[in-house]
Design a protein. Structure first.
Length: 95
């Protein structure tokens, strides 16, 4: 299945993955790490803010998926109009 996937060019992550060892491992695979620095870091590292903001959109989609899944597990006791409202969560947005 992963034969059809393109090569990864960028890795978006949060501050939990900001260690030098993680950055070196990512860079060794020719992937650009987009990870904000910890506040205590002495050596400053550049960050592409516009690309990092895209990470927030992905996180919000996963959050919606988790919430809808919670409701879907109760679908046997829900009315059809409630189930259709949950499906609207996955409607593509313009942003």
């Amino acid at each position: 299945m992963d034969d059809n996937l393109p090569e990864q060019a960028v890795l978006l992550a949060d501050r939990g993955y900001a260690s030098d060892k993680v950055r070196e491992t990512i860079e060794a695979r020719n992937v650009v790490p987009v990870i904000p620095m910890r506040k205590s870091r002495k050596l400053r590292v550049a960050l592409d803010r516009t690309l990092y903001r895209q990470r927030n959109l992905v996180e919000r989609r996963f959050n919606k998926l988790k919430n809808a899944r919670r409701v879907a597990t109760l679908s046997t006791s829900l009315r059809p109009d409630v189930i259709s409202a949950v499906t609207l969560v996955f409607r593509p947005t313009s942003t």
